[in-house]
Design a protein around this ligand. Structure first.
Ligand code: AMP
Ligand code: MG
Length: 487
């Protein structure tokens, strides 16, 4: 375990120079204080979780202090937002403080979000509010615990600094961790500004640092792009399987590593709804729940366009063609497991699709359905779950097919079925109303609820004594919360 001043830095992105990022110092928050820290994330940096409670921790991640070896930089990028190209974006309120490597040799970017104005702030104030910082913290750690690739979060630091959104709120910072903060939009920026040298440097950087195994391939850049396609397909398959709606899948929010990145008005589904739109400014539903799948491919084709200097158009098209098959394979594999199946049959895809059709407009809780399905034998479980469905005859027909399918699947005990299903079907997810309760308490200075909720969500598959209230369907007020898009 290390003390805070013993972190070892190796700022590889900063060394790319001023064409890629600008040196900016964090602007400190007033009266910084720890809201919540992730023990699991502390361990990634070899830090003793206890140091999060020391005053110097809040000073470091509240922008008051810096390590001598840190080199805070605002990165430049661009991207397609809601389908249209925005030529100049960048870290408008976040700073890459530096890259730390741990004893296992892993590099972690320390990225401080809400750290003040930068050359890329455009009309913004460079700040982040407590509410959105807590949501990003909880979501990234919860996704990770579910096995969904995501950036991580070390801590949220609150403050008394006033920040204006629809009303006056308080500023906060969230310290985000990722192996890289490079987005699709980084490649787009150098492509559209016609800077081939920097574009090549960026590509080399990503290949060497993040896809070194592709070096061995006859066409390393093509191999890297294929890998990016597959990782994105897998990430989105997991979003769909677990009911996660990102909400702002602009290419500047898509990570080159295929991890969930940049959390805004995201939501987990409560009731299943394929057409759910969590972003209230997304009037056309471009980023609705079911549209995430084709949008994933659209975003990859925007990246492919920016990679045309390195890879032939035909090869890029072929690689893009792998997206849907990859997606379907990952999705079906996970959904089979959610249904408790250990073998594969031709009709499984249809079995899943028909279940989701029955859930649509039925008011069935997407998470609890699968959890309850694993509680008991297939026959008992479907009998108990039946009442939640509107189309009872339709559900009965589906249940007969499901029971027959389970019977063909193999010989296992009830205990084995339960254990296997509960290991992939969470009991606890980050429901909007749970986040909302925790945020309301935190805004009045009580951080205990955020901390408790975070604890529960770090072990989503494990039934935790005394935590029943976190595994409930939302109350009526919590079902259709309008989450502010301002952050
Ligand atoms: P987002 O919608 O959060 O992904 O942000 C899109 C762009 O706006 C990025 O370049 C952000 O850095 C920038 N941005 C968002 N909020 C602010 C803010 N409060 N101050 C400055 N820049 C911001
Ligand atoms: Mg963003």
């Amino acid at each position: 375990m290390k003390a805070l001043d013993e972190l070892t830095f190796d700022n590889r992105f900063a060394r790319l120079g001023d064409a890629f990022s600008t040196h900016v110092l964090p602007e400190p928050l007033d009266e910084p204080r720890l809201v919540v820290a992730s023990n699991d994330a502390m361990v990634l940096l070899d830090l003793d979780p206890a140091v999060a409670e020391t005053p110097v921790f809040a000073e470091l991640f509240g922008g008051h202090k810096l390590w001598a070896e840190a080199e805070p930089r605002a990165m430049v990028y661009s991207g397609h937002q809601f389908g249209g190209y925005t030529p100049q974006l960048g870290d408008g309120r976040g700073l890459l403080l530096g890259e730390v490597y741990n004893e296992a040799g892993e590099h972690w970017d320390l990225h401080l979000k809400g750290a003040g104005m930068t050359p890329y702030s455009r009309m913004g104030d460079g700040r982040a509010v407590l509410r959105s910082s807590i949501r990003e913290f909880l979501a990234s750690e919860a996704l990770h615990a579910l096995g969904i690739p995501s950036s991580r979060a070390l801590c949220v630091i609150g403050s008394s600094t006033p920040v204006w959104r629809e009303k006056q709120e308080r500023g906060a910072m969230v310290l985000r961790l990722a192996h890289s903060h490079i987005r699709f939009g980084h490649f787009e920026y150098f492509y559209y500004t016609k800077k081939p040298e920097q574009q090549a440097e960026l590509a080399e950087h990503v290949l060497n640092l993040h896809y070194p195994e592709c070096r061995e391939q006859p066409e390393p850049y093509l191999a890297m792009f294929r890998e990016i396609v597959e990782r994105n397909a897998e990430m989105i398959a997991k979003w769909q399987a677990y009911g996660f709606c990102h909400g702002v899948m602009n290419t500047d929010n898509m990570s080159i590593l295929g991890i969930t990145f940049d959390f805004g008005p995201f939501a987990f589904l409560d009731d299943f709804d394929a057409h759910f739109i969590c972003n209230h400014s997304d009037h056309e539903g471009r980023y609705s729940f079911s549209n995430q799948v084709p949008i994933g491919q659209w975003n990859l084709s925007a990246l492919a366009q920016a990679l045309t200097p390195f890879i032939s158009v035909d090869a890029l098209k072929e690689a893009l063609g792998l997206y849907l098959p990859f997606y379907q394979a990952h999705y079906l594999d996970l959904m089979r497991r959610r249904l408790g199946l250990t073998s594969a049959e031709e009709d499984d895809q249809k079995l899943v699709e028909d279940l989701l059709k029955l859930m649509q407009n039925s008011g069935v809780d997407y998470t609890l359905f699968f959890r309850r399905l694993g509680d008991e034998s297939a026959a008992l479980a479907v009998t108990r779950l039946r009442d939640d469905f509107v189309d009872l005859a339709g559900f009965d027909a589906w249940a007969e097919r499901y029971k027959a399918r389970v019977a063909r699947d193999g010989d296992y005990t009830l205990e084995q079925r339960r254990e296997r299903m509960h290991a992939v079907n969470p009991l606890y997810i980050l429901r909007n109303y749970l986040a909302q309760n925790a945020i309301a308490a935190a805004e009045s200075g009580d951080y205990s609820e955020v901390r408790r909720l975070h604890e529960v969500l770090t072990r989503p598959f494990e039934e935790q004594a005394g935590m029943e209230q976190y595994a409930q369907r939302p109350p009526d007020w919590g079902k259709h919360l309008e989450i502010s898009c301002s952050s």
